[in-house]
Design a protein around this ligand. Structure first.
Ligand code: FDA
Length: 280
């Protein structure tokens, strides 16, 4: 377990907010913006869900006090969605209100497809009155092209990713090439949304999005490119040097296993690395 914890630190900035702020400062020093995430999902009781809300409020205050360039990302299942949707919505509202007061921004991560509609419903119930909140859409899902069109119509800030969850073929494209094609299509649609955020480490997807944004008349300050902490850091810095706004998703906390597992699953070299280290 100690070895696994050690390996997880490639993708996780540390156990607490102090570790996270230190990582943010280092990234900011290289011109990279950050979105901070307190790891956690699927809270099963009110106490955990409320504690997660307090941690997100504390993150926003700490970002403001320390003057770092970061917003926050969170998962609604961590705030109680799934067992008490009203509680999750109430906590989200408190967090978004605090972010507004501090002139910051809250991004709602997207979880497995069982939660997609619920996440969008809670998000849209707040969005019109609170534009300082944005959503994530996953190119792997068949519904996402329409979700992107709806997001454009409602002037929503969207982060587009491929999707990290294992999904049935009925809701998601089973073939990677179809996910990639949908990513490109969705990037073109989102060129008309406010500050589209392209979250991918895939050069071909980034290039396609940049071409689509250019064709739509966007300039570099109109969109973001986003990557995960510990993945393709050199590429993130190259893109920054070319003048793009690059934001790194920095997770921290002790509840790292589900996040770490998703990072292992999406790349077989990571699994081989673990196996090699285990036997060494
Ligand atoms: P792809 O998987 O095709 O990888 C392209 C290249 O990136 C690989 O060839 C490799 O070089 C590198 N790479 C990718 N994954 C790697 C890994 N784990 N380790 C090492 N190298 C790797 N998902 C979700 O379902 N909900 C969400 O809210 C978010 N949020 C989010 C925010 C941000 C900022 C990012 C970058 C990603 C997410 N994701 C996410 C995760 C996303 O859905 C997806 O699982 C990963 O980004 C991997 O997909 P790529 O687009 O990078 O492409």
């Amino acid at each position: 377990m100690r070895a696994l914890t050690f390996l997880a630190h490639r993708f996780v900035a540390g156990d607490d907010i102090d570790d996270a702020i230190e990582a943010v400062r280092a990234l900011n020093a290289d011109g990279l913006k950050v979105t901070l995430d307190n790891l956690g999902e699927d809270s099963h009781d009110k106490a955990h869900a409320l504690a997660a809300a307090e941690e997100n409020l504390a993150m926003l205050r700490r970002i403001a006090q320390s003057g770092v360039d970061a917003n926050i990302s969170l998962k609604l299942s961590q705030l109680g969605m799934g067992f008490d949707d009203a509680l999750a919505k109430e906590s989200l509202l408190r967090i978004v209100a605090e972010a507004e007061k501090l002139k910051n921004f809250v991004r709602i991560d997207m979880e497995g497809s069982a939660f997609t509609q619920k996440t969008l419903d809670i998000f849209y119930s707040l969005h019109d009155a609170h534009p300082g909140v944005g959503i994530v859409l996953q190119a792997a899902l068949r519904r996402t092209e329409q979700d992107c069109r709806d997001a454009v119509a409602r002037k929503v800030r969207v982060r587009l990713c491929k999707g990290a969850y294992k999904e049935p073929d009925t809701v998601a494209f089973p073939d990677k090439k179809d996910v990639d094609a949908n990513y490109d299509r969705c990037a073109e649609i989102l060129a008309k949304a406010p500050i589209p955020a392209m979250a991918t480490h895939d050069d071909a997807r980034i290039e396609h999005a940049l071409k689509a944004f250019d064709a739509a008349g966007l300039v570099k300050s109109d969109y973001e490119l986003q990557m995960l902490y510990g993945i393709r850091g050199k590429r993130a810095r190259e893109l920054r040097e070319k003048g793009h706004t690059v934001r790194v998703y920095v997770p921290y906390g002790t509840h790292w296993f589900p996040y770490f597992y998703r990072r292992l699953r999406e790349r077989k070299e990571n699994l081989l690395f673990i196996v090699r280290n285990f036997f060494e």
